[in-house]
Design a protein around this ligand. Structure first.
Ligand code: FEO
Ligand code: CA
Ligand code: CA
Ligand code: CA
Length: 591
């Protein structure tokens, strides 16, 4: 039996790694290797990666940039499988040397379009439990880019708010943007959150709806697409609505490379970090979702229909259902929530809360807004019902074992300025973030919950930190929780994004037991190289395999003066040819 104190994956925690170190650090007795790197060919008609020979055509057939959400899905044999990975955005400064040539910048813009999106890659290994390698020309290999056509589903599909000159029906969107975290559904599809889509558009931002997603109007973007492609220029009359077609949860079927991926309007539009699905007691499915912006909200979607044995039917579950937003209430006197992070007299930042409906049975329940408006301008709808402003909700993950829901709140330096401290977000200028544990009171699909703060992150020497009561002298420093994952033992794992600039260490991956005497015992498993973020952790504890996506290593460098050379460390350098780090998917296993 697998008791709560048991760990299938024993390791000696690593010491925190100073932020100047350009190395992937794993525990003693463990080693690592990349499975696939930016630019590795998915198809034999794609060239071997070369930094100085990048082209849009090559990149569309190669692994994309800035790996984020990751899953490793083994087939029944355990010897083949599929790897799915988001490519959130690009770092032009470490992909190309500087240029002011207009034609060259436009050519690069098309490389960026092909480098974003998602990859599906077949993987193979000698035997169950061994490390994986990827397969060129695998049956399921697929690149999803800014050119891939998505179908809009749900009540806002076909509405005037999503029609453009190129899509007068308002049903077919070219591309996906800002694919951050995600989730794998019980029916084997992949969900991916369109997060910072706003930055890709020259945006008029002259309506309340537009302003709520893009604070200022800007005529230039970092990719330059708006200079030559009208759909990224919403000052163009035909494309005013183009930004309304991004900011959704997308669903792809990794088994069928010819399938049309979906964008689900019923799950609302915001800066979706990701979505994680759990099956409720009555067999409806529930998805938990965060809107990653300072002072934005936590959401939940409950499907109308029940999960069945038909995979095809299950792939329509997220097109119809009700959307809710969270309102938190503390149980301690407000005077005890003073912004310092000191626990109130009852010993816990905790309380109750409710899921406030935004839609019911396919109709809006928000005064003055139609269902289409609620689903396209979801932030405005949530503002109206008095949702609780949170400290940047990132990954939201239900425990497959207990149904309790874990919410990563990465940080919010504006807390106390643009929003007041409250018991659910109790630290002024929250630099280090926290993690909330939420317990549904009337079933997974119900509307009332209890909650408490599990972790207040930071260096444990900081008096405002809290590790579920575990002794602070025995935990690893952790800052800016971003992605969450569970292993087969029901233990939580947290990866971080922001430790270098807050506690001075490289970002990493941490194990956090939730039950018994070990609850809150945060231990660091790995650290990513310089200037990288740790993403998409996948923990196959019983196979002793850990996978992470290493995003934006060396992001502050240039190709002429790189600050990281992960993962090849110069081995690809030729003479004075510029060199660059390569975002990669990495596996960690016993040496
Ligand atoms: Fe792309 Fe919220 O991190
Ligand atoms: Ca309390
Ligand atoms: Ca993230
Ligand atoms: Ca992040």
């Amino acid at each position: 039996t697998w008791g709560w104190g048991h760990h299938s994956l024993p390791f000696q925690p690593i010491a925190p790694v100073p932020a100047s170190v350009d190395a992937l650090t794993v525990p003693k007795g463990w080693t690592w290797s990349p499975i696939i790197r930016w630019g590795d060919p998915l198809f034999s008609d794609a060239p071997t990666f070369s930094l100085d020979a990048q082209s849009p055509a090559a990149q569309a057939r190669q692994f994309g940039y800035n790996s984020d959400y990751l899953d490793i899905l083994a087939d029944r044999s355990g010897k083949t499988g599929v790897l799915v990975n988001n490519h959130e955005y690009v770092n032009p400064n470490i992909m190309f040397p500087p240029s002011t040539d207009a034609a060259e910048l436009r050519r690069r813009g098309e490389v960026y379009k092909a480098a974003q999106g998602m990859s599906v890659v077949e993987i193979t290994r000698r035997r169950r439990g061994a490390p994986w390698r990827y397969v060129v020309d695998g049956r399921r290999n697929r690149r999803i880019t800014l050119e891939t056509v998505f179908e809009l589903t749900g009540p806002a599909a076909g509405s005037d708010l999503v029609k453009t000159a190129a899509d007068p029906e308002g049903r077919w969107v070219k591309g996906t943007l800002g694919n951050c975290a995600g989730g794998t559904t019980p029916w084997g599809t992949i969900l991916s959150g369109e997060e910072n889509f706003n930055g890709y558009f020259a945006w008029a931002a002259d309506t309340a709806g537009q302003k709520r997603y893009q604070a200022s109007s800007s005529r230039t973007t970092s990719t330059g697409w708006e200079q030559y492609d009208p759909r990224f220029n919403s000052f163009d009359a035909g494309y005013v609505n183009e930004p309304n077609r991004f900011g959704y949860i997308v669903e792809i079927d990794p088994e069928d490379p010819t399938s049309t991926p979906k964008k689900h309007t019923a799950m609302g539009r915001f800066k979706h970090e990701g979505a994680n699905v759990i099956v409720a007691e009555d067999r409806r499915v529930v998805a938990y979702m965060g809107d990653d912006e300072r002072n934005d909200y936590l959401y939940k979607f409950v499907s109308k229909n029940r999960i069945s044995s038909s995979r095809k039917k299950n792939m329509t579950l997220l097109s119809e259902g009700d959307l809710f937003v969270a309102r938190f209430r503390g149980d301690s006197p407000a005077a005890q929530i003073d912004g310092s992070g000191t626990l109130p007299a009852d010993g816990a930042f905790d309380g109750t809360g409710e899921w406030v409906p935004l839609t019911r049975n396919g109709k809006s329940v928000v005064p003055g807004m139609t269902i289409e408006e609620v689903l396209v301008f979801t932030r405005l709808a949530a503002d109206k019902v008095g949702a609780t402003k949170m400290d940047r909700p990132e990954d939201v993950q239900p425990s497959p074992r207990t149904g309790k829901v874990y919410v990563a709140l990465t940080n919010n330096t504006d807390r106390g300025k643009t929003s007041m401290v409250d018991e659910a977000n109790p630290r002024t200028g929250n630099r280090y973030g926290h993690v909330i544990e939420l317990t549904e009171r009337r079933g997974q699909a119900g509307t009332s919950f209890g909650w408490s703060i599990l972790l207040q992150c930071g260096n444990p020497s900081d008096p405002s930190t809290y590790f579920a009561g575990y002794p602070k002298d025995k935990v690893s420093p952790i800052s800016c929780p971003d992605n969450l994952a569970f292993d087969e033992d029901g233990t939580l794992w947290i990866s971080t994004d922001g430790a270098p600039s807050t506690i001075g260490f490289n970002d990493g991956l941490f194990r956090v037991p939730l039950e018994g005497r070990e609850r809150g015992h945060v231990q660091q498993f790995l650290a990513v190289p310089r200037e990288a973020e740790t993403c998409g952790p996948v923990i196959h504890a019983r196979e002793k395999l850990v996978f992470v996506a290493v995003q934006h290593p060396g992001e502050n460098g240039t190709v002429l003066a790189p600050t990281s050379l992960f993962p090849d460390y110069g081995s690809t350098r030729r003479g004075d040819v510029p060199n660059a780090p390569r975002p990669s998917v990495v596996q960690v296993y016993p040496a």
